[in-house]
Design a protein around this ligand. Structure first.
Ligand code: HEM
Length: 519
């Protein structure tokens, strides 16, 4: 007896044909649809030579005005889709995140040792495991666990600022790194010349080679990466060799430190010790995979947590120098909400909306990752009638989003009031989340980052007035801010003065600390 009747077989064939025809049509349509519009491409180089090398986001804004909020360019052999609006970024990177969570290939990644940073790992199982390990310590619900260490380190930073205010950059970077070192490795950094941070500083030099814009030439001519160090023009391969050495050192040494403390039973819980005690780590068959994921989770926390937080804090200090009136309103709010007999802590956060607005504006005003971290399309796609090719690099231009005058009037100015209503209350619950990226790749360190920035901003505003530094004649030193170049951006050091508020000195600070809740 036959299982199917002829009619059923015919219907099945018909259905399968329909699906196949549909698929072929879609494929053909995708291939024949145009790419998003964009500037004229030159042979071989495409648009690579038409961009502002130091600040490509400005070129992207100018092209966006001409071609729209989504446009395409070509950098040598790479299609790049640039998005200048938050709405389109959300449409693609969030609503279609299963297709837009990959990372573009960077020829520098492995040679520089940066493949152990899971922020650049391709979308897949390796990335999933490292992100899951990271998430267990840094997820939103765990953020309050960081409050005591954030306050402790912020208070140490106040002492350091009282002692040597001229070294404020060191104190801000030291504060940011010490929080991550403590929570990731249970390691207390030294106030000066900490060996772990010194090595990290050297390893971080490789970060400037980790963006599609910075590596266009190397993607097109990979042999440049393989030139021997002595060869003229082999700067990149020399930089790669040095980066690899420091990256490996900055990964291995802290892990050995934790391992030793576990063996001697002396350590406090931290991300790495928790991970090393997991069942997966004990499973010999998975040891290599889990070992690598621990390295990725901890090194990415180390890297992601140090430079980012301190960059936002540098923006904050610069804003206080250039917009001094903001401090008066902030201090008045602190005095009115909690008085002058103790320091603010995270429990006061809901009652200090202006401080919150300053934190948000410090992230928006000069975004520290102006082009985010580039995503890549896993498969080809159609959006607004345009073809987005498989493998295309997708860049969300955060800088452009912060400069949207329809949302942020006088966008290039530092105006915390833009986040408040006429009664001084916060307009929306969240900060501009696009500063932390999009979709499945959104920054998983954002909760701890916001808590650290908040602690530092609130405490500095309570204890100090920040102003322009004075020259020998007592006149203000004027300066034009300059900024670092690379994937992340923050002000280079600038002259400024931290003056303790009336009656503030080490004794008074000690008294305030004694009266304060450590959380
Ligand atoms: C205010 C400070 C920070 C800003 C503005 C920031 C911003 C970003 C951005 C834009 C991305 C790329 C997101 C995307 O691909 O769409 C990112 C990724 C990431 N950030 Fe942050 N970040 C900050 C602080 C931190 C901190 C403190 C940590 C660690 C404790 C951290 C860890 C990471 C990690 C692990 C990734 C990679 C995520 C992935 O690829 O799956 N970040 N961050």
């Amino acid at each position: 007896m036959s299982w199917f009747t002829d009619v059923q077989i015919l219907s099945l064939v018909f259905l399968v044909s329909l699906v196949l025809v549909g698929l072929i049509r879609r494929l053909v349509a995708k291939e024949t649809l145009p790419l998003p519009p964009g500037p004229l491409r030159f042979p071989i180089v495409g648009n690579a030579l038409s961009m502002d090398k130091a600040e490509p986001w400005n070129t992207y804004i100018a092209w966006g005005v001409k071609y729209g909020d989504i446009f395409s360019i070509r950098l040598f052999n790479q299609d790049v889709i640039v998005i200048n609006s938050e709405e389109i970024a959300k449409d693609l990177l969030e609503k279609r995140s299963s297709n837009y969570s990959d990372r573009p290939f960077l020829p520098t990644l492995k040679p520089f040792g940066w493949d152990l940073n899971f922020a650049f790992t391709p979308y897949g199982n390796e990335w999933r495991l490292a992100r899951r390990f990271f998430h267990q310590s840094f997820r939103a619900e765990a953020a309050p666990n960081f409050h005591p260490v954030q306050m402790r380190k912020a208070i140490l930073m106040l002492h350091a600022l009282l002692e040597t205010p001229q070294n404020f950059v060191d104190h801000l970077t030291g504060f940011s790194a010490s929080i991550v070192m403590s929570t990731t490795f249970d390691y207390d950094t030294k106030p000066r010349n900490d060996p772990a941070l010194d090595i990290l500083d050297k390893a971080l030099l490789g970060l400037r080679y980790m963006s599609p814009e910075a590596t266009v030439l190397l993607s097109a001519f990979p042999f440049l990466m393989r030139l021997p160090g002595w060869f003229p023009g082999a700067g990149v391969s020399r930089a790669a060799a040095s980066s690899l050495k420091y990256v490996m050192e900055s990964i291995e040494k802290p892990l050995q430190y934790v391992q030793k403390r576990i063996e001697t039973g002396t350590g406090e819980p931290c991300l790495v010790s928790d991970l090393m005690k997991r069942k997966e780590y004990q499973d010999e068959t998975r040891r290599d995979e889990v070992d690598r994921a621990i390295k990725q989770a901890s090194w990415t926390a180390f890297v992601g947590g140090s430079e980012t937080t301190s960059s936002v804090l540098m923006n904050f200090v610069l804003a206080m120098v250039l917009y001094p009136h903001v401090q008066e309103r902030a201090y008045a709010e602190i005095k009115a909400a909690i008085g002058t007999s103790r320091l603010p802590n995270h429990n006061d956060r809901p009652f200090l909306p202006y401080i919150e607005a300053i934190v948000r504006e410090s992230m928006r005003w000069l975004p520290i990752v102006p082009l985010g971290v580039a995503h890549a399309a896993t498969n080809s796609d159609i959006y607004q009638g345009y073809h987005i090719p498989k493998g295309a690099t997708v860049v969300a231009n955060t800088w452009a989003m912060t400069r949207n005058e329809a949302i942020y009037a006088k966008a290039s100015e530092f105006i915390p009031e833009r986040f408040l209503d006429e009664k001084g209350q916060l307009l929306v619950a969240d900060s501009p989340s696009y500063a932390f990226g999009f979709g499945r790749r959104i920054c998983p360190g954002r909760y701890v980052a916001e808590g650290s920035v908040w602690a530092c901003v609130a405490l500095i505003l309570t204890v100090f007035e920040i102003s322009k530094a004075k020259d020998a004649h007592g006149d203000d030193i004027h300066f034009v801010p300059t900024f670092t170049v690379g994937l992340t951006r923050h002000p280079n050091t600038f002259p400024c003065s931290f003056t303790p508020r009336a009656g503030m000195n080490s004794d008074r600070l000690a008294q305030l600390i004694a009266e304060s809740d450590p959380n």
